[in-house]
Design a protein around this ligand. Structure first.
Ligand SMILES: *Cc1c(COP(=O)(O)O)cnc(C)c1O
Length: 462
């Protein structure tokens, strides 16, 4: 399988090159040249496979430059850290199905992709005899999942900036209690925007970037999307089996459009057996406005109780536009240039009709989110995290005709304040979070200055 840029200005890449480059050199996102549509027979052969085997078969459609045994080994090691034998179990709760994506080491769905990506990077670097220093900024969830993906890996180090004192206590502890020598937590005396500006500035310094072999693990990396396709198949098989039906819907709490884009690809591979995807947003509703009104215009980010979805410009959205516009890179280039200036895109009624064949959408307020946590607990005894609750609330609007599978993207214990506001008590703390506060920590506090971070990296990089 060869890979192309959504903006069409780079020569086709191999899977390996795609993983190591992240963003395409023309500023576009990288996509496989073709999305395979599976035959009835191929689908039948996948149905009863264990998770790791299913992952292997799905990856095989997109990866042809890693020997089979090696790929199998990477998958086995990636999911060995999950605390459930089914990796992403599906459970029926009240009117919906819940796909639990939080059984990885940091209790959030990002582990499903980042546990795999860490092993994949280590493998590719060892083959090339190279090293890489991952650099990123986080306001919460992504940081700890990335750190757990990279910890203990050879030829790989990670520098994660977070705003000192401004991430939730659980999230700060999850990051800073990782004491492996290849993990550097940098607490920046500033805001998340300061952290992001520093990271951007360092990546823009091409000499520095090259000298220290800086890399990223952000949600635009194709391997992350790929790893997320698997659980759509997994849940599709479990629920169609249990319900004796052919088609289902998925409800996906959405921020950067990464998770739901994986669902879009799964839907194409399964030729419509996923009837539609329900795109759920919080008050940051740009994607809901897109689906419902053809209006993709940027507004101010509103901080909410589902912070991992507090996003306006969704970094993976360009991948969907590429397909919406018939795989025409010139059209994508033009539109992205225009979007850069005007901060909005407007879609025609015909385009909108096409979008609505793929998606349904609802935006959910914080009041509604809290109410959903409360009601769902009362009716089923199950505690939703605030992100999952946004997806469940949206699902309740679209229950007619098809079973709905709601993606549970985080364990409720990661967001005890929100759960406690809804229920009056904090969720029980699971094993991996229990003794966090008493573990040794490793964190360096630095001023919000690019030079300070630059110096630190140059002194500690591999
Ligand atoms: C990252 C995240 C999301 C949003 O996923 P995207 O791929 O950015 O759309 C939702 N919920 C949680 C808990 C997350 O960490």
């Amino acid at each position: 399988m060869r890979y192309l840029s959504t903006r069409g200005k780079v020569a086709p890449l191999s899977f390996r090159q795609t993983v190591l480059s992240g963003l395409a050199e023309d500023g576009g996102l990288i996509l496989p040249e073709r999305v395979p549509v599976l035959s009835e027979n191929e689908i039948r052969l996948l149905r009863d496979l264990p998770y790791q085997e299913l992952a292997f078969r799905i990856f095989r459609y997109f990866v042809d430059d890693i020997p089979e045994e090696d790929l199998k080994g990477l998958i086995q090691r990636a999911y060995a850290t999950f605390d459930h034998p089914e990796i992403t179990p599906v459970v029926r709760k009240g009117p919906v199905w819940i796909l639990e994506l939080f059984h990885g080491p940091t209790l959030a769905f990002k582990d499903v992709a980042l546990q795999f990506l860490g092993h994949l990077f280590e493998y590719l670097l060892a083959e090339r005899g190279e090293r890489m220093n991952i650099l990123g900024a986080t306001s919460g969830d992504t940081g700890s999942a990335a750190i757990y993906g990279v910890r203990g890996k050879k030829n790989l180090a990670i520098f994660i900036l977070h705003p000192h004192g401004r991430v939730s206590p659980v999230q700060a502890l999850q990051m800073t209690t990782v004491t492996d020598p290849n993990v550097f937590n940098l607490a920046i005396e500033g805001t998340f925007d300061d952290c992001q500006a520093i990271v951007k500035g360092l990546f823009a310094d091409l000499d520095f970037k090259k000298r220290y072999r800086l890399g990223a693990v952000n949600s635009i990396n194709w391997a992350r999307v790929l790893a997320q396709i698997v659980y759509y198949f997994w849940a599709y098989f479990r629920v169609t089996e249990a319900e004796g039906v052919e088609r289902v819907r998925f409800s996906v709490p959405t921020g950067n459009f990464g998770d739901i884009f994986a669902g879009y690809l799964a839907r194409r591979m399964l030729s419509g057996r996923i009837e539609r995807l329900i795109l759920a947003t919080n008050e940051n509703d740009i994607l809901t406005r897109f689906v419902n009104r053809g209006d993709y215009s940027v507004r101010e980010v509103v901080p909410t109780i589902s912070p991992s979805m507090d996003i306006q410009v969704a970094s993976n959205f360009e991948r969907y536009l590429y397909y919406l516009w018939g795989e025409d890179p010139a059209r994508v280039r033009e539109a992205m240039a225009c979007f850069g200036e005007e901060r909005r895109l407007v879609f025609s009624p015909e385009e909108l009709e096409k979008v609505r064949e793929d998606f349904l959408s609802a935006s959910v307020t914080q009041e509604e989110t809290l109410e959903t946590i409360r009601r769902f607990y009362r009716d089923t005894g199950y505690i939703l995290d605030p992100h999952t609750a946004v997806g469940v609330r949206a699902a309740l609007e679209f229950l007619e005709g098809y079973p709905v599978i709601c993606l549970a993207t985080a364990h409720p214990a990661k967001f005890p304040e929100a759960v406690s506001r809804a229920l009056g008590f904090e969720p029980p703390v699971p094993e991996p979070l229990r003794d966090l506060a008493s573990r040794p920590r490793r964190v360096v506090i630095l001023p919000a200055e690019m030079e300070a971070v630059r110096r630190f990296i140059s002194e500690h990089a591999l």
